[in-house]
Write a protein that binds this ligand. Structure first.
Ligand SMILES: NC(=O)c1ccc[n+]([C@@H]2O[C@H](COP(=O)([O-])OP(=O)(O)OC[C@H]3O[C@@H](n4cnc5c(N)ncnc54)[C@H](O)[C@@H]3O)[C@@H](O)[C@H]2O)c1
Ligand SMILES: O=P(O)(O)OC[C@H](O)CO
Length: 347
């Protein structure tokens, strides 16, 4: 029997000390032997090690004694002592960081990716970026985590259910053990692309939902927007060979409901503020944290053109974000499209 099966507690290295990295590190520290968080910012590292606080993200949370910080350099030692390496870096920067840590990654590491998004320069999901940077074997063993999980709720131990997807069932089971506790449940999937695509596109739809709310539209409109958005996501998934049922899971409708209905969502907040007349530049500058949907909108719009997928909502969000289209005109144009058969181009 493999070591981790005998003793599920592990030494964890979390790369990325933002909201989600900090929340996951906090959770993992309660279940595992030791957790180290890597940050590119020396002051964040010092704050965690001297005061048990992250001075930039989730600043109110007191971090436990078995959680320490490392960085800004990467060293061989950090990886040698880790069983689990969890990445929580914004998708547009993932390739750069993976290239840096490549010499230190071993096959024995349980590598978990927690980011959501589609890379602008390549239109690739994180799973393709991992394969391109670290090779087929490591990609085969990597686990992708997604689902409805606000960082701020994880740190108050709100019951949360997520999905992990991997080509390697044993690694998924390991990840399940590493995270599992009474308030954090991990479901399994083998549809990596479906899980990652859903987690990326829901952020674009959350911007749309924020715009709709900001313009004063109410619950009927939101329900229609989410459902028609789900169709766009599903059409993309089907073209990419995913199981359409993945879109009904935690990483699909689960995260779609969460993110499109709450002001706790940064993507929803971006849409809300756009509708209130703020510029995208001003919004992203003041957010203090990444809203992946902003960059993903550009990639999703291009990907739909490439795949020849009908995507009216994604396209309108793209026009608002990148071509200065008035948000109200975008909603009017969506309301004026000719209704098709409801499941048009999905089946
Ligand atoms: N916050 C959440 O509730 C949540 C939940 C689920 C998934 N996610 C996903 O997790 C990922 C990270 O989100 P977050 O909320 O932690 O973002 P964040 O903006 O709070 O933090 C991002 C972290 O990445 C670091 N970073 C940014 N650019 C970098 C670069 N070029 N090199 C190295 N480090 C860099 C920042 O310093 C920061 O520590 C995103 O893909 C997000 O969609 C977030
Ligand atoms: O704050 P958001 O919009 O980035 O959403 C965070 C998570 O993705 C929710 O599952």
């Amino acid at each position: 029997m493999t070591d981790y099966m005998m003793n599920p507690a592990s030494n964890v290295l979390v790369i990325g000390s933002g909201n989600f990295g900090t929340a996951l590190a906090f959770h993992l520290a309660s279940l595992n032997d030791s957790v180290r968080m890597w940050s590119r910012d020396t002051k964040v590292v010092e704050g965690i090690n001297s005061n048990h606080k992250n001075i930039k993200y989730l600043t109110h949370v007191t971090l436990p004694d078995n959680l320490s910080a490392v960085g800004p350099d990467f060293t061989k030692e950090m990886f040698k002592t880790a069983d689990v390496v969890l990445m929580s870096i914004p998708t547009q920067h993932l390739r750069h960081i993976l290239t840096k840590i490549k010499p230190f990654i071993r096959r024995s590491h349980l590598l978990i990716m927690a980011n959501k998004g589609i890379e602008n320069s390549t239109l690739e999901l994180p799973c393709s970026i991992v394969e391109g940077c670290l090779g087929e074997q490591i990609a085969h063993n990597t686990v992708y985590l997604s689902g409805p999980s606000f960082a701020a709720e994880l740190v108050v131990r709100e019951p949360t259910c997520v999905t992990v997807a991997s080509k390697n069932a044993e690694r998924s089971a390991w990840a399940q053990k590493v995270f599992h506790c009474s308030h954090f449940r991990v479901y399994l999937s083998s549809d990596i692309i479906g899980v990652e695509l859903a987690g990326s596109i829901k952020n674009v739809l959350a911007i749309a939902s924020g715009i709709s709310t900001g313009l004063g539209y109410q619950s009927n409109t939101r329900a229609a927007l989410l459902t028609r958005g789900l169709s766009e996501m599903t059409r993309m998934g089907v073209k990419l060979g995913c199981d359409p049922l993945t879109m009904c899971g935690l990483s699909g409708v689960g995260d779609l409901f969460l993110t499109c209905t709450s002001e706790k969502s940064r993507n929803f907040t971006v849409g809300l503020r756009l509708a209130q007349g703020m510029s995208l530049e001003e919004i992203t500058k003041n957010l203090g944290s990444v809203a992946e949907g902003v960059a993903t909108t550009k990639s999703a719009h291009q990907l739909c053109r490439k795949l020849k997928v009908y995507s009216p909502i994604i396209d309108e969000v793209y026009q608002v974000l990148y071509h200065g289209k008035c948000a109200r005109d975008a909603v009017d144009d969506l309301l004026n499209i000719e209704p098709l058969h409801e499941l048009h181009m999905i089946r």
